[in-house]
Design a protein around this ligand. Structure first.
Ligand SMILES: NC(=O)c1ccc[n+]([C@@H]2O[C@H](COP(=O)([O-])OP(=O)(O)OC[C@H]3O[C@@H](n4cnc5c(N)ncnc54)[C@H](O)[C@@H]3O)[C@@H](O)[C@H]2O)c1
Ligand SMILES: CC(C)[C@H](C(=O)O)[C@@H](O)C(=O)O
Ligand SMILES: [Mg+2]
Length: 366
């Protein structure tokens, strides 16, 4: 009997449903050509869940995701819910899912696709050959430490605690060394050890774990310097490992290298073969409902799902080649085409990728 994988799908808010629709076309297409099938369950989270059931992350959604082999998420959030109290913010759903499911390692690859050199605001000679990956710690740090708001005699105070256990640091650092071993054998650990105690613990753990990986060249970089170097000499990086908030910020910055944040996929791992797959961008309220969002990041996240959760490297690469080829042909949503050139809409772009994938199967996926 052929294998069936359970996939939980959370379209979310803003452009979320628009881009997930295109990614689902790709998934269904893969199913037609693969030896396995999918059992798809849609679930509510974020603003969509708040509107329908008054909580950002319903228990039913957590259960569907726990029972799934992989979760696909579009994006959550938007101005409609921006003034909600902290517990009723759409973003709470995302943090809750990551934590509940134990996805502590967020893998954010940064690659420059052929044809995108001219869309990047960086000079072609600076970005030529970029191939780096940001490994972002995802279930600890300042996002999850105690939060306080109180009125005192001196005035109102607010605090967010940045806290890490040693084991939380060690597991993400080990995963990053393993990744570097399979890549260019270079690891940059990014911290703020000149100021933060949590960073000093982080740095000492990196130094200890490094002894188990003598083949990997390790360096430490302060996050402010990294924010500059990542756009100044991005080709020098291989694997960057860093804590939750630094990774969030550096990866959005790295999107500038690729030419569009709509090209940046991610995989959140750490719980066996299960994974949460989502673009790194948000719900893009400024373009939601216009049919112009770039679905590439979500489609490339499907490729990561096939690679990490279903061990189908061939199909993953076929999707990556199809996206690469369509973009190399100069076809794309407005964020992808050169200024003055005509663009196509979200669903047309999805169709072009399917068409290209069909050719991939005819050629015979290698
Ligand atoms: N994973 C998530 O669900 C996630 C991630 C980031 C932000 N958010 C939420 O999204 C909302 C909007 O946040 P923001 O505006 O700061 O960031 P954003 O990533 O949504 O948008 C930033 C800019 O990038 C553009 N952009 C993003 N994705 C695009 C795509 N696929 N195609 C073309 N252009 C794209 C947007 O139009 C916008 O100009 C907020 O509520 C935020 O909390 C959610
Ligand atoms: C929406 C927000 C909570 C989220 C994060 O900061 O993790 C987003 O920016 C991301 O990068 O996935
Ligand atoms: Mg972010």
């Amino acid at each position: 009997m052929s294998q069936t994988y359970k996939i939980a799908v959370i379209p979310g808010d803003g452009i979320g449903p628009e881009i997930v629709k295109e990614a689902m076309k790709i998934l269904h297409h893969i199913e037609e050509h693969a030896s396995y099938s999918f059992d798809i369950q849609y679930a509510l989270a974020g603003g969509a869940a708040l509107d329908q059931v008054n909580v950002p992350l319903p228990n039913e959604t957590i259960q569907i995701c726990q029972e799934a082999d992989a979760v696909l998420l579009g994006a959550v959030g938007g101005p409609k819910w921006d003034h909600n109290p902290p517990e009723l913010r759409p973003e709470k759903a995302l943090l809750g899912l990551r934590k509940e499911l134990g996805f502590y390692a967020n893998i954010r690859p940064v690659t420059l696709l052929p044809g995108m050199e001219e869309r990047s605001t960086l000079r072609p000679e600076v970005i030529d050959g970029v191939d780096l990956v940001v490994v972002r710690e995802l279930t600890g740090g300042i996002y999850f430490g105690e939060k306080k708001r109180e009125k005192t005699k001196q005035g109102e105070i607010a605090s967010d605690l940045l806290v890490y256990y040693d084991y939380e640091i060690e597991r993400i650092v080990r995963l990053s060394f393993e990744m570097a071993l399979r890549r260019k054998k270079r690891l940059t650990s990014v911290d703020k050890a000149n100021v933060l105690e949590s960073s000093r613990l982080w740095r000492s753990i990196v130094e200890r774990v490094a002894k188990d990986y003598p083949e990997v060249v390790v360096d430490h970089m302060l996050v402010d310097n990294c924010a500059m170097q990542i756009v100044r000499r991005p080709t020098d990086f291989d694997v960057i490992v860093t804590e939750n908030m630094f990774g969030d910020i550096l990866s959005d910055e790295a999107a500038v290298i690729t030419g569009s944040i709509g090209l940046m996929p991610s995989a959140s791992l750490g719980n066996g073969n299960k994974g949460l797959y989502e673009p790194i961008h948000g719900s893009a309220p400024d373009i939601a409902g216009q049919g112009i969002a770039n679905p590439s990041a979500t489609i490339l996240s499907i490729a990561m799902m096939l690679r990490y959760s279903f061990a189908d490297e061939n199909a993953a690469q076929a999707i990556e080649r199809a996206v690469t080829q369509v973009i190399a042909d100069g076809v794309g949503t407005p964020d992808l085409v050169k200024s003055g050139q005509p663009a196509i809409c979200t669903h047309e772009f999805g169709d072009r990728i399917i068409k290209r994938l069909e050719q991939e199967w005819k050629i015979g996926v290698k």
